[in-house]
Design a protein around this ligand. Structure first.
Ligand code: URP
Ligand code: ZN
Ligand code: ZN
Length: 460
């Protein structure tokens, strides 16, 4: 099978030029001018952008959480991702406290194997670090190609680890060539505030927001960065939302430490005023919560200054029926919102069309940096000879409106209902196969494969 993409405007993290791209089998075999028309499929990309397939390194598919499961499974979630131009996701395995990492790996493989449309990998969330878990870190890195280890500084009793476990894990992950990632919020402070609000009868979604003030995130981010500095482990903060947290990252750069930071599309474009809509605010109940306009500005600046490297989604959808579990008590609303399908088009509209970020920066934060940080570059995250042919053809002039009626995610509302966007994914190519063509699905479930990753350096 071969595909020739003709005359597209090829955008990478560093380049911008018009060329033809020749794809043979699963990889890109040539890039140049006037490549011969001898291909099984010819795509005319004149007037279109040709981007590397998006990589979303923060999604939760079919995940057991807060007494239910996130509503997109591996089939619906990776297919929705492809519709929106994301060719690869990194999902999270959650260790059950008291059980092994391998036990959790088998459970997640059972749900994902053979069910994905798009490519995928796993971060391993270590929720119980002990002598047995320690031995498993090397096996995860060397045998399973899982090099990133997620930690939670919140969700006590289920996912949270204490600082002693954190430092122990960091030491071991450093030794084995991996990276430690973190949900950085102070779980004890948050639990105190949740209990306080509940005892005062303050039970609406607004109190989810008021139970996680900026300081809870800033404090934990600084503490995590200090422990990472002490141990020397490569480190990455997921779903950063606010100025206080980002300032800690800026501070550690003064001592020549690099801590990677990820924000998510919602924190750049939505704000906490949405929690004032009574129970409708449950659509945006996520942790950390949406913040203020000043935080959005800080995050956009962080992207341009290179202190924020990745824009992900933290896609963790729940149907409205599940959100209603918390109708009488905000602390029972399943945390998370749907965005896996919308990220690339929302960021293009809100970032590129507004002039906030360049086209190269767009590619960096939606694809290339995640591939570099998480040990997949240059197989993934770029348009280059020898790389996987994960490519999107993007029409910058196509206008469309987001709606739950037309999206492909398995959730009955949209967090962006009615948003009008300019710029749409026209075709998605995954490892040399045209996967989505103007909304039509051209591949079968199971085409997506698990991607084993390489050891990382913490430098990109
Ligand atoms: O609200 C969120 N973020 N749900 C998913 C779990 C997590 O903390 O990332
Ligand atoms: Zn989190
Ligand atoms: Zn998450």
């Amino acid at each position: 099978m071969s595909i020739l993409i003709k005359n597209g405007r090829v955008i990478t993290a560093s380049d911008d030029y018009v060329a033809d791209i020749f794809v043979e089998g699963e990889t890109i075999s040539a890039i140049g001018k006037n490549i011969s028309n001898d291909a099984d499929t010819i795509i005319d990309a004149a007037g279109k952008f040709v981007f590397p397939g998006g990589i979303d390194p923060h999604v939760h598919l079919d995940m057991p959480f807060m007494g239910t499961f996130s509503s997109d499974n591996y089939e619906t979630g990776t297919l929705a991702a492809l519709h929106g131009g994301t060719t690869m996701v990194i999902d999270f395995i959650l260790q059950t406290q008291g059980k092994s990492l391998h036990n959790a790996l088998r459970e997640w493989q059972g749900r994902s194997n053979g069910n994905c449309y798009g490519d995928y990998s796993f971060h391993m969330a270590v929720t119980d670090f002990n002598d047995d878990t320690k031995k498993e870190i090397k096996e995860m890195v060397e045998e399973e190609g899982i090099v990133s280890f997620k930690t939670f500084m919140a969700y006590k009793g289920a996912l949270m680890i204490d600082d002693r476990q954190m430092v122990g894990l960091m030491n071991e992950v450093k030794l084995q060539g991996g990276i430690v990632t973190v949900h950085a919020t102070n779980g004890d402070m948050i639990d105190f505030l949740i209990a306080k609000h509940r005892s005062e009868g303050k039970l609406s979604p607004l109190y989810h927001y008021l139970s996680q003030p900026e300081i809870t995130e800033a404090e934990a981010t600084g503490r995590f960065a200090d422990m990472a500095n002490y141990t020397g482990v490569p480190a990455y903060v997921v779903h950063m939302t606010c100025e206080g947290a980002l300032n800690h990252i800026r501070d550690v750069e003064k001592r020549n430490q690099k801590v990677f930071a990820e924000t998510c599309i919602q924190y750049l474009i939505l704000d906490a005023s949405l929690y004032e809509k009574d129970f409708d605010g449950a659509k945006w109940v996520m942790s950390p919560p949406l913040r203020q306009k000043k935080d959005q500005e800080t995050l956009w600046a962080g992207i341009n200054q290179g202190t924020v490297q990745v824009v992900a989604t933290d896609h963790c959808p729940f149907t409205w029926e599940k959100k209603l579990l918390g109708e009488k008590d905000f602390s029972k609303i399943p945390n998370g919102h749907p965005a896996i399908e919308n990220r690339m088009e929302l960021l293009f509209n809100e970032g590129v069309n507004t002039g906030r970020i360049s086209l190269n920066k767009y590619v960096e934060v939606t694809s290339t940096n995640a591939a570099k940080i998480f040990g997949m570059f240059p197989k993934k995250g770029c348009i280059a000879v020898g790389s996987d042919a994960d490519i999107i053809i993007f029409d910058p002039n196509k206008e469309h409106t987001i709606s739950a009626k037309t999206h492909h995610m398995n959730v009955d509302y949209s967090a962006y209902e009615g948003w009008k966007l300019k710029g749409k994914v026209e075709k998605t190519i995954l490892r040399g196969q045209l996967a989505i063509d103007n909304g039509d699905v051209k591949i079968k479930k199971g085409y997506g494969v698990f991607v084993k990753r390489k050891k990382v350096s913490g430098i990109i």
